[in-house]
Design a protein around this ligand. Structure first.
Ligand code: ZN
Ligand code: ZN
Ligand code: FE
Length: 765
């Protein structure tokens, strides 16, 4: 008879293995397989296991680790080392965490929406956590937003202010309980408390403040509600008056507000929901999804004015669910509370100061938010998921790449809709949404978020990457960080970063990239935004092989704000637009005199900068069709143009005019201008989309064939546009070429930090 030999093995696991019930899971699997030893969390966000047992039992244990782990856990590497020594352990134990940091690349999970078990307990009168608004377990609850430092233990989170009561502690220490080692465990006795105040912060005593807030919302009051990652401003979706008020005080005349619906069934009463959309809405991520308004859309038109879609999410905390208990409202407005040009508000004092004048009441809780995190926003193009904003529910989970980067890079992004990115090996950690980085507050937020991400992932950054623009706040920050830390600095052209992101995301070595957006600083210092770039990994760089026609940008930023200026600049070359402009003089802030100045400038032809921006062309079309005369939020004219086009068809069937690698846009706009009374706005808006998409696709196909490249990609903010994307796809695939869009990264500037990081980490020698 052969005697079995006992082995002793140390296992290091990297990935997302803290805050997902991994140690309790390891404990159960070890006990099940008759192993002894310990498991503990480490300061590098990884997990360390020591086991003693037979070869066979250990193999079964390792198999269980891979196959039976919770779907929230992500295992990147399992590193096993045989150890010397005799059996030392009498049983298997969860040890106190060690603060040792050794292995890079692990990270804590994103915030996770309330799970079904917790939701059931929330509603069960016999459960000790009945109606407890912050009920959580090892499978759900906040993670990223409460953690101050690693390892993920209660004392390193903002739950440290809430010592567990005896009941919670019993569950926490019971290996058979769902809350075994759940760091966010709490109950009505020991956990965070919720309370209602006036707009001045005076306490309003109420035994059921959450449901009271639900009632107040349905009556039309405006209330700031503190959540996991920041404050929302909430109100009714069916009444106009509070929305008018909210728009006035927030200085947001048109920008769409996100809403939170009580249930999937409620969503279906006002929006179209595909199977995939329903699945994502109800997933543990609970993102905001831009859903097409249905025929019978009955919510206030002031929620998403002149848009065909509306941003909807489902409740993701117990508190959210309870808001709907005592009312019949299908949904509440639930928009991020951020003062103009500031990040989302996260602290109670700050909320009182900055939101007090906007809202009627506050619904506070007394847990601090360690790191703010806005809701994520997603749109589906047919069956493809497009990130408008990748934030709560995703950050800081990494995007896994096929190849390992040559060095560790921090990408700081551009200016608008910004994020940061840490590229480490074959993982890219993209931060939560930072917003527009144009002032000290947002710069500080970006810097903090970047450093936090570096610490969380135990990264040793060697290179910092930023935009080519010499004056961006982010460029500035990159210079400072490079000097402070001795990092190498890499500046990456805006559209090249977009296309490089696409290449690395899909692991392609060469591509013809179509990149369309509002603005990016070109290598010639000019304003780019409708570019076709040839990029190959070998040449490590890019060639601008084609672009949209250069059009005058009269008055720089003013032209971006008032699309009629761009329209005037384009049409001026072909027709006398003075009469038409005068008919629209109320859309110029200074009326007739402003029009005369614009015309004078065009006549003289000096002091006019040019732009190849796709966004400006769409703006001009929107103005010609009378769809939008003032851009009050980023992308507004183009978004409203798409919303108009969605019911249209290609009535003009314009043939792309291409001269010396440039797609004409003047003739296209002129055609629309001349036929503006003959056809419907929807058909003309669609025709403009079809022209641009087919023209750019044709140019890209030409360049791909010339250079023997098999793949064409589409990136930049305009790739959020469904008509442009699907039309390009059809044209390019019909030519027998592969068409790529982003799947894991936002095509807009939220994906820029990733693009910069991959140029620094993969392409630069
Ligand atoms: Zn749960
Ligand atoms: Zn408790
Ligand atoms: Fe861009």
């Amino acid at each position: 008879m052969k005697r079995w030999k006992s082995l002793r093995i140390k296992i290091n696991i990297t990935g997302i293995v803290q805050g997902v019930g991994f140690r309790p899971f390891v404990y159960r699997m070890a006990v099940k397989n008759g192993l002894k030893g310990y498991v503990r969390n480490r300061g590098d966000a990884g997990v360390e296991i020591l086991i003693e047992g037979t070869k066979n039992d250990i193999e079964n244990f390792l198999k269980d680790l891979r196959e039976k782990k919770s779907p929230l856990a992500q295992i990147h590497d399992i590193i096993t080392t045989k150890l010397e020594g005799k059996n030392e352990y009498e049983k298997f134990t969860i040890y106190k965490s060690s603060s040792e940091t050794e292995l890079p690349g692990s990270v804590i999970p994103p915030d996770i929406a309330i799970c079904n078990d917790c939701l059931r307990e929330l509603r069960d009168p016999k459960d000790p956590r009945y109606e407890y608004f912050f009920i959580t377990c090892t499978d759900c609850g906040p993670r990223f937003t409460i953690i101050e430092k690693l390892p993920y233990d209660r004392e390193n989170t903002t739950m440290q202010d809430f010592p567990m009561c005896d009941f919670c502690r019993t569950e926490y220490t019971d290996p058979l309980n769902r809350r075994f080692h759940a760091q966010t465990v709490a109950c009505p006795r020991c956990g965070p408390k919720v309370y209602l105040t006036t707009q001045k912060g005076e306490l309003i005593k109420h035994e059921d403040p959450i449901r009271e807030v639900g009632k107040l919302l349905s009556e039309g009051f405006v209330i700031a509600i503190k959540g996991y990652g920041g404050f929302h401003v909430a109100t009714s979706t069916t009444k106009d008056a509070p929305l008018i008020r909210l728009r006035k005080v927030k200085h947001r005349s048109e920008k769409p507000f996100a809403i939170m619906a009580r249930s999937l069934e409620a969503v279906k009463t006002f929006a179209e929901v595909s199977g995939k959309e329903a699945e994502l809405l109800a997933s543990y991520i609970r993102p905001i999804i831009l859903l097409n308004k249905s025929e019978g859309y009955y919510l206030s038109d002031l929620i998403a004015p002149a848009l065909h879609n509306v941003g909807v999410m489902l409740p993701y905390t117990g508190l959210h669910y309870m808001l709907f208990d005592k009312v019949d409202e299908p949904a509440f407005v639930m928009t991020s509370a951020n003062p103009p040009n500031q990040p989302i508000v996260k602290d109670n004092e700050e909320a009182l100061k900055t939101l007090g004048a906007t809202v009627d009441y506050f619904l506070f809780h007394n847990r601090q938010i360690a790191h703010r995190c806005d809701d994520s926003v997603i749109r589906m193009h047919d069956k493809d998921l497009v990130f408008i904003r990748r934030s709560r529910g995703y950050a800081p989970a990494p995007i896994m790449l096929k190849e390992k980067a040559k060095r560790c890079v921090a990408g700081l992004g551009g200016e608008l809709n910004n994020t940061a990115c840490i590229l480490l090996g074959n993982k890219a950690f993209i931060s939560q949404h930072i917003g527009d980085v144009e002032n000290i507050e947002t710069r500080d937020f970006l810097e903090d978020a970047t450093k936090h991400l570096i610490n969380l992932t135990n990264s040793k950054v060697e290179t910092v990457a930023c935009d080519l623009h010499p004056k961006f706040t982010t460029t500035n920050l990159a210079h400072d960080l490079a000097n402070e830390n001795g990092w190498q600095l890499v500046q990456v052209q805006h559209h090249y970063a977009h296309v490089a992101a696409l290449m690395v995301e899909h692991d392609v070595k060469e591509i013809v990239g179509i990149c369309c957006d509002g603005y990016g600083y070109g290598i010639d210092g000019e304003a780019w935004g409708g570019e076709i770039l040839l990029c190959t990994r070998e040449s490590s760089g890019f060639e601008r092989v084609a672009h949209l026609e250069k059009q005058p940008l009269i008055g720089g930023d003013l032209a971006t704000r008032y699309p009629l200026r761009t329209t005037a600049g384009i049409l001026y070359k072909k027709v006398n637009v003075e009469d038409w402009l005068l008919q629209n003089k109320e859309h110029f802030p200074h009326g007739e005199s402003e029009i005369q100045i614009v015309l004078h400038q065009l006549e003289k032809g000096h002091n006019i900068i040019g732009t190849t921006s796709c966004g400006r062309v769409l703006d001009a079309v929107a103005a010609v069709l009378g769809i939008c005369f003032e851009r009050t939020y980023e992308g507004e004219p183009a978004m409203k143009l798409e919303s108009t086009a969605i019911k249209g068809k290609d009535i003009l069937k314009l043939k792309p005019t291409i001269k010396s690698n440039t797609l004409d846009t003047t003739q296209m706009l002129l055609e629309i201008f001349e036929k503006r009374k003959k056809y419907s706005k929807a058909d003309l808006a669609y025709s403009a989309h079809a022209y641009l998409a087919q023209g750019l696709a044709k140019l890209a196909i030409e360049k791909a064939k010339e250079n023997n490249v098999k793949t064409i990609g589409f990136s930049g903010g305009a790739a959020c546009n469904e008509i442009l994307t699907l039309t390009m796809q059809k044209t390019i695939e019909a030519a027998g070429l592969q068409f790529l869009i982003h799947k894991a990264v936002p095509p807009g500037d939220g994906g820029l930090s990733f693009g910069q990081a991959v140029v620094g980490g993969f392409f630069q020698l």
